[in-house]
Ligand binder design. Structure first.
Ligand code: SF4
Ligand code: SF4
Length: 428
């Protein structure tokens, strides 16, 4: 390695030649790529990015060249390209490991202070969920007393705008047990990080729906963050540390299925097998774990739920989270569940599968492209005429809500499971 250039990838966690060499350069993925749709530029699309990765691998391009680094971070890792690729190019493997390589090539002392602060925050708050809950409690106080209005003075206006409304009561994993009548099995509920402090109602609705469907639910305290945000940031070793905690918690629980209600987390959890594929000690355990992970909509769709009685008189549209539709290929289950709700009219928005620009912390790291995609999504919602936007991922919910607010369009953004739970609530 020289100060001027880093040629080729090195060490563990490299883009796999057998993946990037599968690309036949057909370009069929281009119309699915959000950044290509916005820029119409080859390098801002999957085919161009694969060429850049190959050029670095073959030492024709410096790993630290600004063009390469920019494209690896401009990509949303939304996996839309992967879902439509006729050659089956597993693009996620390429971009995620390319980011790991960039992270490792830039020594910690070279990173700007803001990036070091971001890394510290990520590793502290996602490793120590008690600290995350304390930080969330402070944010809740700031929101209740409107101190967040001062965020602009500290250059944090965008972060404050995108910050979730913190739940009145967190849903902290404390070994709770909810027993179904005549249980058909036991579900482990993944409580995550942001979900437990800002979407506690979604967890409560999830528990009620699973129990109605005949599954008992356990919420083991030993679990933690899934690691998706860390992986998107190229911090793969930290991701593995977080993953081990969840695998161990699931093994101890004795549950039959690992249920998750955040699409981004579900995708990461289902890919633990890949994360540990070369680790002799963990490969089998990770594979066993990943086989048992299910999105809550998949689980509920497969259960024999009675028809809900309560009507929801509204027009709804479904915003597909990238990591549910592209990474997990789950698209029918949420729609079938919404179709059960009496009087709820489901209309399809244009481009429901195009990323809204949330993508983990993308809306903080790439604000310009995130805003463009947010606007594109909001325009599609407005054209649909819906008064309810159903989704299945907290990042999408925050991004779409903030965009709708800014556009002055009144629509509720809710998780599919919350809407379903409302339709079953007898006392509502
Ligand atoms: S669709 Fe697949 S094979 Fe075709 S250019 Fe895109 S990544 Fe390559
Ligand atoms: S992951 Fe998404 S943003 Fe990245 S190249 Fe593929 S389609 Fe484009």
């Amino acid at each position: 390695m020289t100060e001027l250039g880093v040629m080729g990838f090195t060490g563990a966690d490299q883009p796999d030649a057998s993946v990037y060499n599968t690309c036949i350069r057909c370009g069929l993925c281009l119309p699915s790529c959000p950044t290509y749709l916005e820029t119409m530029t080859e390098t801002s699309g999957p085919r161009g990015r694969i060429s850049l990765i190959k050029a670095v691998a073959e030492s024709q391009l410096d790993l630290r060249s600004p063009g390469f680094v920019e494209q690896m971070w401009q990509c949303l890792d939304c996996r839309a390209c992967e879902a439509v690729c006729p050659s089956g190019v597993h693009y996620g493997q390429l971009v995620e490991t390319a980011r790991v390589q960039i992270r490792r090539a830039v020594a910690p002392t070279q990173a700007p202070w803001s990036e070091r602060l971001q890394k510290f925050m990520l590793q502290t708050l996602f490793a120590r969920l008690d600290l995350l809950r304390a930080a969330a409690a402070l944010l809740r106080f700031a929101q209740q007393t409107r101190l967040t209005a001062l965020a602009g003075l500290f250059g944090a206006a965008r972060a404050a705008q995108l910050a979730p409304d913190i739940s009145r009561q967190f849903f902290e994993p404390r070994d709770q047990r909810y027993i179904a009548k005549d249980p058909q099995g036991t579900a482990f509920l993944h409580t995550g990080c942001i979900m437990q402090v800002a979407f506690a109602n979604v967890h409560r609705a999830t528990v009620r729906m699973l129990v109605r469907g005949g599954l008992s639910v356990v919420v083991p305290s030993g679990q933690g963050c899934c690691g998706a945000i860390a992986l998107h940031a190229g911090e793969i070793d930290f991701t593995r540390a977080l993953a081990k905690r969840n695998i161990e918690a699931f093994e101890r629980s004795g549950a039959d299925v690992y249920v998750v209600n955040a699409a981004g987390c579900g995708s990461a959890l289902k890919e633990y097998a890949e994360l540990f594929a070369l680790d002799e000690a963990w490969a089998r355990r990770a594979a066993h774990f990943s086989e048992r992970v299910r999105d809550v909509t998949e689980v509920l769709d497969a259960l024999d739920l009675p028809a809900p009685e309560r009507e929801l008189n509204a027009i709804a549209t479904y915003q597909e989270p990238c990591h549910l539709v592209h990474a997990q290929r789950v698209t029918g289950s949420p729609r079938r569940l919404l179709a059960k709700i009496p009087q709820l009219q489901l209309v399809e928005m244009d481009e429901s599968t195009v990323c809204c620009g949330s993508a983990g912390i993308y809306n903080l790291t790439q604000p310009e492209m995130a805003s463009r995609l947010q606007r594109r999504k909001v325009d599609a919602v407005i054209r649909s005429g819906a008064g309810v936007v159903a989704t299945a991922n907290p990042g999408c919910a925050l991004q779409v809500s903030a965009g709708l607010r800014a556009a002055g369009y009144r629509a509720e953004v809710r998780h599919v499971v919350e809407l379903l739970d409302d339709a079953y609530a007898r006392d509502a």
